[in-house]
Design a binder for this molecule. Structure first.
Ligand SMILES: [Zn+2]
Length: 290
């Protein structure tokens, strides 16, 4: 290899490392609890005397970066990996942590979905139905299923000693819900969000966007409730999707990231959900679309 080629290779590798490191980060949330970010996706991990408990690996590349960082920063092995739900953009990369002594946990329907669709990640080997409590070192982690909301088997991950709750995709703070709400059960999302508001915690760490408190979650819930009601009432009055997209505004929420861009898509998402799940366009007693 010529000197030039070696130099070019070193430069390329340095550049790649910089790009990769820029895309990934670790933020301390509180004490031994951290947030791991890969692009616009977030997960959390807790470092205990008994080892590390990690939630979503997010991607193969992200998980590979995280594994190195954990090794560098902490003297503990990863013991548990908890998948928030079944979607690949959160749970791919699990195989990076697949070593003897590591247990992969998910809701049983998340496992079913990953298995049935032959997902390219480690398939969980410990599943639960309603609730599961994990104790490692002096840290307690409570996993809970709240019914359908986004994806299959989507759970909340609670750190009661830290008063921190981690929820992926069905509570989004500081940003509009994602585009036309793919994979969302809207009423289920509303119900699950009401459910977590009854839980005892101070800080919510989402799988996307900002961290926030219960007031932020209440504002998010109000947005979803108003969106759902406006689209439902409009459809019941026989209005078309295009009309609803022109008429419906929630300018109290215009400070949210992607408000202008995604409001028409959010309306479309609820419209499709009510059409597909509730057959609203087929109801014999309702007026035909305008
Ligand atoms: Zn997501």
């Amino acid at each position: 290899m010529t000197l030039f080629r070696i130099l070019a290779l070193v430069l390329a590798t340095t550049f790649m490392n910089t790009v990769l490191a820029d895309n990934y980060s670790i933020t301390q949330i509180q004490d031994n609890l951290y947030r791991y970010s890969s692009g616009t996706h977030h997960a959390v991990f807790v470092v205990t005397d008994g080892g590390i408990v990690l939630t979503d690996p997010i991607s193969f590349e992200g998980a590979s970066w995280l594994k190195q960082e954990l090794k560098k920063r902490f003297k503990q092995p990863v013991r548990y990996v908890i998948y928030s739900h079944s979607h690949h953009d959160h749970v791919y990369g699990g195989q990076v942590f697949d070593e003897p002594g590591v247990t992969f946990i998910s809701h049983e329907w998340a496992r079913d979905d990953l298995l049935a669709t032959r997902a390219n990640t480690k398939i969980p080997n410990l599943v639960f139905n309603d609730e599961l409590t994990l104790h490692l070192g002096n840290t307690q982690i409570d996993l809970r299923y709240h019914g359908p909301n986004n994806g299959k088997g989507n759970i909340s991950i609670n750190f009661p000693q830290h008063r921190v709750l981690h929820v992926v995709d069905w509570v989004v703070l500081g940003r509009m819900p994602y585009k036309n709400l793919p994979g969302y059960d809207i009423r289920g999302t509303i119900n699950s969000t009401r459910d977590v508001l009854a839980m005892d915690f101070d800080l919510l760490v989402g799988g996307h966007a900002e961290m926030g408190n219960k007031d932020d979650i209440r504002a998010y819930l109000r947005y979803l409730e108003q969106l759902y009601k406006a689209v439902l009432e409009g459809m019941r009055a026989g209005k078309s999707l295009e009309t609803l997209q022109q008429e419906i505004r929630f300018d109290d929420y215009s400070h949210l990231a992607m408000y202008e861009e995604w409001l028409p898509l959010n309306i479309e998402g609820v419209y499709n959900d009510l059409s597909n799940q509730s057959y609203l366009l087929l109801r014999p007693e309702l007026p035909v679309n305008d």
